[in-house]
Design a protein around this ligand. Structure first.
Ligand SMILES: [Ca+2]
Length: 324
């Protein structure tokens, strides 16, 4: 397990952050010479880019090492887009132990002035009082329609917003194949991240459950399971999986880096597939606090346009060995 600490100077705009990527890359290269973690990245704007002394801020991301391995990706009895089952090899990588939290995202916004797609659009998809899903005005990661602590997963963030955060920290989103490998406990390729059976207590996750049904009577749920949360839960409220990763099933859907394709690119790319080279939708995985058994399976493939914000979609970060 490694602790990564991204330390990025205050930037006035997201555009300025993009302009500084080469500098951050050089800093990262120097950091790689250090054999010991934690690694601290420090990016500072050139004098010509800012007349104001940067205000430093920091966000810590705990990364878990996921060893290389091979697994059978997909499902032989899932949806058409989960088939065919096919072998995939994954190189060692690291994945965030938790979904990115509200507190972490706030630091990014405070440091950069970044505005999410939901804030620019003025709305986000969230659950209404009757339990149905609506595009509601004024909702965003700051106010997704229900109370959240700083230790809850940030939601109402689009794929673009997730990518912007990853770039700022100097990490990346996982690929769809990496995500499924990690969520399904590698070669075990379990149905849910907690295992193949029904959830039980903390050996489970935050899904659509009996507590949610008490509020929204018509919801389909994991019948008989009460995880205690009607909407998002603090990250790592449940036991981690074999790799030490929390909430891979449930809490929030997680954007991954791939464009969506109806058929797996991995049919032709056995090693570290990264999906189609272009598309109109991005993929998210893992189910969230709203999701029923079928949709919470590790092989279920959600997708939507990269500007979409939803109160049940967040993300986590990944890194390749060269990024640590
Ligand atoms: Ca729940």
């Amino acid at each position: 397990m490694a602790m990564f600490i991204g330390h990025v100077a205050h930037l006035a705009t997201a555009a300025a952050a993009r302009a500084l990527r080469p500098l951050r890359a050089r800093t990262r290269a120097r950091a790689l010479s250090a054999a010991l973690l934690p690694v601290v990245f420090a990016a500072v704007p050139a004098a010509s880019q800012s007349q104001v002394a940067p205000r430093a801020t920091a966000v810590a991301v705990e990364l878990v090492r996921v060893p290389a391995g091979e697994f059978e990706m997909g499902s032989k009895d899932g949806g058409d887009n989960e088939q065919p089952l096919h072998p995939v090899r994954i190189s060692e990588f690291s994945l965030g132990k938790t979904e990115v939290t509200v507190g972490q995202y706030r630091r990014f916004v405070e440091a950069t002035g970044y505005r999410t797609d939901a804030e620019k659009e003025g709305n986000c998809w969230t659950v209404g009082s009757s339990g149905n899903w609506l595009k509601q005005g004024g909702k965003s990661w700051r106010e997704p329609g229900f109370p959240q602590g700083d230790d809850h997963p940030v939601v109402c963030v689009s794929w673009n917003d997730a990518k912007a955060f990853a770039d700022w920290v100097g990490l990346r989103l996982p690929t769809e194949a990496e995500w499924e490998y990690a969520a399904g406990n590698g070669a075990r390729h379990t149905r849910y991240s907690w295992g193949d059976g029904n959830p039980s207590g903390r050996r489970g996750g935050n899904v659509a459950d009996e507590s949610a049904k008490r509020r929204w009577l018509w919801w389909k749920i994991f019948s008989g399971y009460d995880d205690g949360y009607q909407t998002t839960a603090p990250v790592c409220s449940f036991e981690p999986n074999d790799f030490g990763l929390c909430d891979m099933t449930g809490n929030a859907w997680e954007w991954v880096s791939d464009w969506y394709g109806d058929r797996y690119d991995a049919e032709n790319t056995r090693d570290n597939p990264s999906g189609p080279t272009a598309g109109s939708n991005r993929v998210y995985r893992g189910g969230g606090w709203y999701h029923v058994p079928r949709d919470a399976r590790v092989t279920y493939r959600g997708r939507n346009v990269p500007v979409l914000g939803s109160a049940v979609i967040g993300f986590r970060l990944a890194s390749s060995p060269s990024q640590r």
